[in-house]
Ligand binder design. Sequence first.
Ligand SMILES: [Zn+2]
Length: 393
Amino acid sequence: MTIDEAPREALRSSPRDLLRWVATGAAVSRADLSRLSGLSPSTVSQRVEALISQGLLEETGAGRSRGGRRPRQLAVPTGGAVVGAIDLGAHHARVGTLDLSGRVVRARTLPVRIEDGPEEVLGALLAEVSALVAGGTSAATGDAPSAGVLRGVGVGIPGPVQHATGRIVSPSRMPGWNGFDVAAFCADRIEAPIIVDNDANLMALGAHRTAHSELDHAVYIKAGTGIGSGVISSGQLHRGAQGSAGDISHCRVVADPAPACSCGNSGCLEAVASGAALVTALREQGVPVDDLTGVIRLIDDGDLHATALARQAGRAIGEILAVVVNFFNPQVVAIGGRLADCEPLMASMRATLYERCLPLAIQTLLIERVTTGQDVGITGAAHLVIDHVVAVN
Ligand SMILES: [Zn+2]
């Protein structure tokens, strides 16, 4: 073991890690867990018994015999206990139930009007979670529907969330939501732990757990109607002191003229490079577009104005991301959200990164798209809850 590996071993042997190894299939027995964690067999047994008594692990059938008594196999229960998840976007919300390994049991997308305000929007989404929980497990397993036991609900908000309180602080494009206590509102309506975070953190956690769990340092950019990022440091979501870590939306970029931003400043990344900024800029050039879908269609059709704006947006994202990469030295930078499918934007962002990053920071850096699909946010939301349930038990 090198000097570097020792603290990592200690870090990666919490009950949560034991659960994750079983959930991902990396471990099926106490012996596997002992080998992966470096913990003694008796410590592993103690922690496994605790997880079983909490209903987070179960022992099933028998494993392959190696001559003696056949070992029992560990598994994450797939029936019964579920986690609720809400990933709220500007125009749609993805709502789902997931099992304790983070696999989607049932999910659906609902249209939302964020301007209807928090009570109406969240009230409807919580009702949908309750309906999915009551609907049981039939979609994934083919079992007869049966009511699940809800262990918690993870809620993603497309704006800044103070992590300790679950309160929204000065969001862009969310009129009527500033200062709203999401956690308290949800806790009044659902009898289970409620964890609230911003949508970029949810995407980061979901993508990291499903695609990059072996990497310790990662940055995920969510580029859709708004723009934000989530940071994984030493394998954990890094929120900083208040929960605003990774929020790059109001970092200033070089832009002439510098467009005004909803925060009162000008030249913010969000005012130059977000999907909402592209819609505004095209309209100001006299191009009639309704929304981000219209912008992406124009870019796909090779429209010169739209393509030039996408390149400018890619450069702006690349400039900020280069600072992040030089400062933080991640192993992977992955781009998600609807603008990740926009080729001219991705190409100019990548070129800017290669131009602006330190050789040592860029030489092994993976630059990717987030490929986890539309359930990445609810997967992250579920992992927030699973981590919470394991941590408090
Ligand atoms: Zn701003």
